[in-house]
Design a protein around this ligand. Structure first.
Ligand code: NPW
Ligand code: ADP
Ligand code: K
Length: 530
């Protein structure tokens, strides 16, 4: 997994490099500007014949400094470059000012308002170097207007838009775009390529910022082992090795080595969700799976199940007795279980019985919904082996204060993004939280956090289908059951499950329904080489 940074973490790295004396700010900026140009040509190929015109929009901070470097590099390559500046050159920070001076020795700089008229030909390349990680309020209307006017100039070829570090106006910690009251910000939608420095920032994987993954330029900062957010997926090696290191996938052994998952199911006519969770747990590698349901739901389930075992369950006391068998190594509660007192009692019993012995528990759907009135009871009962898998609505019912602060589109006013709110929730719960969505965010009480983004080349919008969440809960429970799971933090197993979940959806393709997900696992494993 690769690291992803907040703006503050990136600043700290830059400051450490500069103050530690192993990099000069100007050197970093030169590498940044050169890196943006290199990354751009890697994507668009060589210059389009006859049209070698670029516009660079520069802002009042160091992002603008990168813009002046870009202008100079392109000029040296023979491009015609127009540069517009928002703000006063006399007030640029020192490194950006130096880069400004180096550019004005070559070509002019116009005030940004001059670009608003829409006069002139559309350039082949447009660089947005107005605001980077230093944005702290919605961008000035004139900046958004100039950008839009250049993109929509009447004549010229299609323009390729490159965002330097991030589309201007994006809060890189939250992925939210800060839009002023007096204008729509179209920068995000129009951006073709985002080029960032050293490592992606959280927002790059919470929101799509371009038509492909952001390019990352190495500007020569040292990697450090401080705690940062990780991007779920293989890093630097094949997915097979990563999954083998995190899970028991591909390992042989006795079925009991691969663990026994207990899935609790709902009453008559409500059993589909738990059956899908159970099947997913079995397919992902659990040695055995037992589904336990109210006695009256036994006939319905018996008619549906073969490899999955079935047991009747009266209530919380019966569950305690069942869990006295320690071979039941992970438990999944929630899908189709029903919201109410019975489910609350079952959840509390499962948490109590597993609290001391490190067994893993996955709580989803109704297991969470049953605590909407009294989340504190759930927080007190949770332990370090628990993973909860809320969608945004379930998250909001358990953590209304955090959700309220995340919903605002202006994070400058509220300060909480999806990653930070998930981290706070995990801390409050003392357990791992997986907050579902197109960008799935995971956090654990040790302070670790991850993003799994079904974006860019991993987009799978057809995964948003009824029951997909039940499958994910089963996958986590299945991966958490084996002997090997005890040596892995729940967050690593949940992250691997989220990756497999999306991988199944992508390999199946559109038309997917939730039942297809576990059935796709054998092909996913085969393709991985297991
Ligand atoms: N440090 C390094 O060595 C390297 C840095 N690098 C580059 O630097 C970028 C970060 O630079 P940065 O910190 O100067 O922030 P940046 O995003 O340019 O904006 C800050 C300026 O904007 C202003 N401002 C903010 N919001 C505003 C608004 N809505 N409307 C109007 N003004 C607003 C704010 O002014 P103030 O808030 O003080 O009024 C300030 O003047 C980073 O993204 C990367 O591209 C790379 O070269 C690698 C090496
Ligand atoms: N646009 C999307 N792209 C990728 N995955 C998505 C998208 N929308 C939803 N998902 C995933 O689909 C699942 C939906 O789960 P959930 O909301 O619990 O639905 P259900 O209760 O129907 O199972 C989650 O794993 C979520 O991450
Ligand atoms: K920018």
């Amino acid at each position: 997994m690769g690291e992803i940074l907040t703006a503050a973490q990136m600043r700290a790295k830059e400051n450490k490099a500069i103050q530690g004396g192993f990099a000069h700010g100007l050197t970093l900026m030169e590498r940044a500007g050169q890196g943006v140009v290199d990354a751009t040509f890697r994507v668009i190929g060589e210059a389009r014949d006859g049209f070698m015109s670029a516009v660079v929009l520069c802002g009042p901070g160091n992002n603008g400094g990168d813009g002046f470097v870009i202008a100079r590099v392109l000029h040296e390559m023979g491009w015609q470059v127009q540069v517009y500046l928002y703000g006063d050159a006399g007030r640029l920070p020192p490194d950006a000012r130096t880069m400004y001076d180096r550019w004005v020795a070559i070509g002019p700089v116009s005030p940004i308002k001059d670009a608003v008229s829409g006069q002139g030909d559309r350039p082949v390349l447009l660089f947005d170097a107005m605001f980077g990680i230093g944005i702290n309020r919605p961008i000035p209307a004139v900046c958004a207007q100039a950008f839009e006017a250049i993109c929509t100039r009447a004549t010229g070829p299609e323009c390729f838009v490159v965002a330097v570090d991030c589309p201007s106006g994006m809060d890189v910690d939250t992925g939210a775009v800060l839009v002023g009251p007096d204008g729509a910000n179209t920068l995000l939608e129009r951006t073709d390529l985002c080029v960032t420095f050293h490592a992606p920032k959280l927002g790059h994987y919470l929101t799509e910022v371009g038509r492909q993954r952001p390019a990352v330029v190495d500007i020569g900062l040292r990697p450090e082992d401080e705690v940062v957010t990780q991007l779920v997926g293989p890093c630097g090696g094949p997915a097979k090795e990563w999954l083998q290191s995190v899970t028991a996938l591909g390992a042989g052994g006795h079925k009991y080595d691969r663990g026994h998952v207990l899935v609790l199911g709902g009453g008559v006519g409500k059993g589909g969700a738990a059956r899908m969770a159970a099947r997913s747990a079995l397919r992902v590698g659990a040695g055995l799976v037992t589904l336990t349901v109210p006695p009256e739901a036994i006939p319905e389930n018996a008619a549906q199940l073969n490899a999955i075992m079935l047991r009747p369950l009266d209530g919380a006391d019966a569950l305690r007795e069942m869990l006295a068998d320690k071979r039941l190594s992970s438990v999944c509660l929630g899908p189709g279980l029903g919201v109410g007192d019975r489910t609350r009692a079952l959840v509390l019993a499962a948490l109590e019985e597993t609290a001391q012995d490190g067994r893993r528990v996955v709580l989803d759907a109704d297991a969470l919904g049953s605590f909407a009135e009294d989340p504190q009871a759930l927080f007190e009962a949770c332990h370090a082996g628990v993973v909860i898998t809320p969608h945004e609505g379930e998250f909001a019912r358990l953590f209304p204060d955090l959700a309220e602060r995340t919903r605002h589109s202006d994070p400058a006013a509220t300060g909480l993004g999806k990653v930070e709110s998930t981290c706070r929730a995990a801390e409050r719960l003392g357990a791992t939280v997986l907050l579902k969505g197109e960008a799935t965010v995971l956090a654990d009480p040790e302070g670790r956090s991850m993003i799994h983004a079904a974006l860019y080349d991993r987009a799978a919008p057809w995964l948003g289908t009824a029951g997909a969440g039940d499958v994910l809960a089963g996958l986590i429970a299945g991966l958490s059951a084996g002997e090997q799971a005890r040596t892995h933090a729940p967050i690593d197993l949940a992250g691997a499950a989220a990756w497999l979940h999306v991988e199944c959806a992508r390999q199946f393709g559109p038309g997917l329904i939730a039942e297809d997900l576990p059935e796709q696992l054998p092909a996913v494993f085969r393709n991985l080489g297991f």
